[in-house]
Design a protein around this ligand. Structure first.
Ligand SMILES: Nc1ncnc2c1ncn2[C@@H]1O[C@H](COP(=O)(O)OP(=O)(O)OP(=O)(O)O)[C@@H](O)[C@H]1O
Length: 616
């Protein structure tokens, strides 16, 4: 599903227009972040470019006055010393300014990038591998955004030095000036082509790198460690990781060989020009056509031109490479939101209910239909349960209800208003949820709960109450630092490592209770979604938590998804999802005698318990 590479040429190559836009954006970003740093850097660059040319001319003057045209040398010698001092000090100051500018611009770029990803209110972009590749490259680009100034300054310095020395050469030998210039043009073109190929190669190997990171992440992930060890699949995963690395390396090596061949040729060309020039200058001096000062000037000019060319080509290459990476930043920050959304307005308070009206959904055109015309009403103030086999589409329906995606066809109405006409943030404000794949945050217990409603971070009572409802208060209160205990051992220094007070690890069921508490702390919302809220709990905890949930949802609107039909039977309305549609709807009392899917599933589950009882 590669959907977001529109506007890219074959191999993901950027067009000139994209580069121009990226250049303009990077310049504007850097300028707005650090106008003083940018101005200072430009001035220092000018001075740095002028220094070697001034040195060459001053040296020629001193040498001439000492040999062929005697005259006072104190002033040019003093100027030479001053220029030398400036030339020594300028690079350090320039580097400091460039680094500072780079850091400030990097902060701004990072903030803008993450703000832009937040504008993607649904999930589609995060399931699009092209978008994910771009996001990773865009993150890299934030680090180098400000340093584009560095490369631009290098280009400017190289160009100014080149012009300065070429003019100097022109005075001594127009032919040599032209020759040196002609040698520069192919070097520049070759470097630019190389930089383009490198960017295309990096784009092409992005997937390889992502797979390699995936395997290396697995091999170092504490949650994966148990299975990896038990199944003995470490070597297998390592082999896969290494295969991806080798694939990436092979592409890198091919590129490096091309660079070596081209750069070798270019170096030979510049050595030939420098050697030829040297030969000519010595011969001319022997015949008296050039003075000693002219020869020193000539030598300085040839070396200076070569150095300027090197700087120019490498700076252009770096600038080009950074611009190419920055095109991904521009693409991500300017990406259209994945869901067309109204931005202002409120979700109406739920008074009547939520209605799924002939809702069809598939994850993309390439995927099969998951929902095929769902009609379902969740009446206000009622507890509705959704039952279905694995893969029936229950969690998908919940995601549509939270507007992580829009239905492919049909409508979901919130008190009669289409979800598409409600800003997603306003809709989500009205919903609380425990998701099947809930998060475990490597933060404190308090933060883990308060993330459900960030306003409760400083309201210990609200946190405690939610934890108590989820049956986890005693456990959290008994932790070494109570609710302020970190629920991870990830962030410890070597010194704290042995201290059990610094962080604890919870069990799966305890984490699930925390997720419940996170949903409970979001009190007073119009709708509570509970997607498999008790799958990891022991029977006693499950009983207790279901009792709490029953209390919590009394008179409130809720949607419960559970394979535990014992919990489902107590809800006001049970909907059975099968084949992408609601095939049965009723209460436990009406569905059981109907003898359909629900009755069959319920009897199957009850029979399991019955057998166990018989054995006991
Ligand atoms: N992000 C996704 N992209 C593509 N297909 C998906 C995605 N998420 C789910 N599916 C597919 O949609 C179908 C329904 O999945 P869903 O998770 O909604 O089922 P479920 O009823 O909640 O199942 P379970 O009881 O196992 O939790 C499955 O066939 C699944 O493979």
């Amino acid at each position: 599903m590669r959907t977001s590479d529109a506007g890219r040429g074959p191999g993901g190559r950027a067009h000139a227009r994209e580069l121009a836009v990226a250049g303009a954006e990077a310049t504007a970003l850097t300028w707005r972040s650090a106008p003083g740093g940018v101005s200072g850097t430009f001035l220092i660059t000018l001075a740095e470019a002028a220094a070697p040319i001034a040195t060459a001319w001053l040296t020629k003057t001193v040498v001439d006055r000492l040999t062929t045209s005697p005259g006072p040398v104190a002033a040019p010698a003093a100027a030479l010393v001053a220029t030398g001092l400036a030339a020594a000090a300028l690079p350090g100051i320039g580097r400091y300014l460039r680094d500072q500018t780079g850091r400030v611009a990097g902060v701004r770029a990072t903030d803008r990038l993450f703000a832009a990803t937040e504008r993607q209110v649904g999930l589609r972009r995060f399931e699009d591998p092209v978008f994910l590749d771009r996001l990773r490259l865009a993150q890299e680009a934030t680090a180098s955004a400000g340093y584009l100034v560095d490369a631009v300054c290098g280009t400017k310095r190289g160009a100014l030095s080149l012009i300065g020395f070429l003019m100097s050469l022109l005075v001594i030998s127009p032919l040599m000036a032209v020759l040196v210039l002609l040698a520069a043009v192919p070097a520049l073109i070759a470097q630019l082509l190389l930089s383009r190929s490198r960017a295309a190669m990096e784009w092409a190997t992005e997937q390889t790198h992502r797979r390699e990171f995936f395997y290396s992440g697995l091999l170092t992930d504490v949650e994966a460690a148990t299975e990896i060890r038990l199944f003995g699949i470490g070597a297998f995963l390592r082999a896969r990781m290494m295969a991806e690395r080798e694939r990436g390396n092979a592409a890198e090596q091919r590129m490096a060989r091309r660079e070596l061949a081209v750069q070798g040729g270019l170096t030979a060309l510049s050595a030939a020009v420098a050697g030829g020039g040297l030969w000519w200058a010595i011969t001319a001096a022997r015949h008296g056509t050039l003075g000693v000062g002219d020869v020193t000037m000539f030598l300085a000019a040839v070396v200076g031109v070569q150095a300027a060319l090197d700087l120019l080509t490498s700076s252009i290459t770096i600038a080009h490479g950074r611009l190419l990476t920055f095109t991904h930043y521009v693409a991500v920050t300017r990406a259209e939101p994945d869901l067309p959304s109204v931005v202002t307005g409120d979700a109406p308070k739920l008074r009547r209910g939520i209605e799924f009206r002939d809702v069809w959904f598939r994850y993309s055109d390439d995927h099969p239909w998951v929902l095929r015309g769902v009609d379902l009403t969740i009446p206000h103030g009622r507890a509705v349960a959704l039952v279905g086999l694995n893969g029936a589409g229950k969690s998908t329906l919940v995601k549509l209800l939270c507007r992580m995606y829009d239905p492919t066809r049909g409508h979901i109405l919130w008190d009669g208003v289409d979800l598409r006409d409600i800003p997603p943030s306003a809709l989500r404000e009205r919903i609380s949820a425990v998701f099947q794949d809930h998060m475990n945050y490597d933060m404190t217990a308090r933060e883990n709960i308060a993330l459900g409603d960030i306003g409760t971070l400083d309201r210990p009572d609200a946190i405690r109450q939610a934890a108590a409802r989820a049956g986890v208060h005693d456990r959290l209160a008994g932790l070494p630092r109570g609710y302020d205990t970190l629920l991870t051992r990830m962030f410890f220094s070597e010194a704290d490592k042995e201290d059990p007070d610094t962080g604890v690890v919870l069990s799966g069921g305890q984490w699930q209770r925390l997720a419940l508490a996170r949903a409970f702390v979001r009190d007073g919302r119009d709708l509570m979604i509970l997607d498999e809220p008790s799958s990891g709990l022991d029977p006693e905890a499950e009983h207790e938590v279901h009792g709490q949930m029953r209390l919590h949802r009394a008179g409130r609107t809720s949607l419960l998804i559970s394979h535990r039909l014992n919990a489902v039977r107590e809800t006001d309305l049970i909907a059975i999802l099968d084949g992408g549609r609601v095939v049965e709807l009723g209460t436990h009392e009406t569905l059981m005698p109907a003898g359909g899917h629900y009755a069959r599933l319920f009897r199957l589950q009850a029979a399991g318990y019955q057998e166990t009882q018989d054995i006991g």
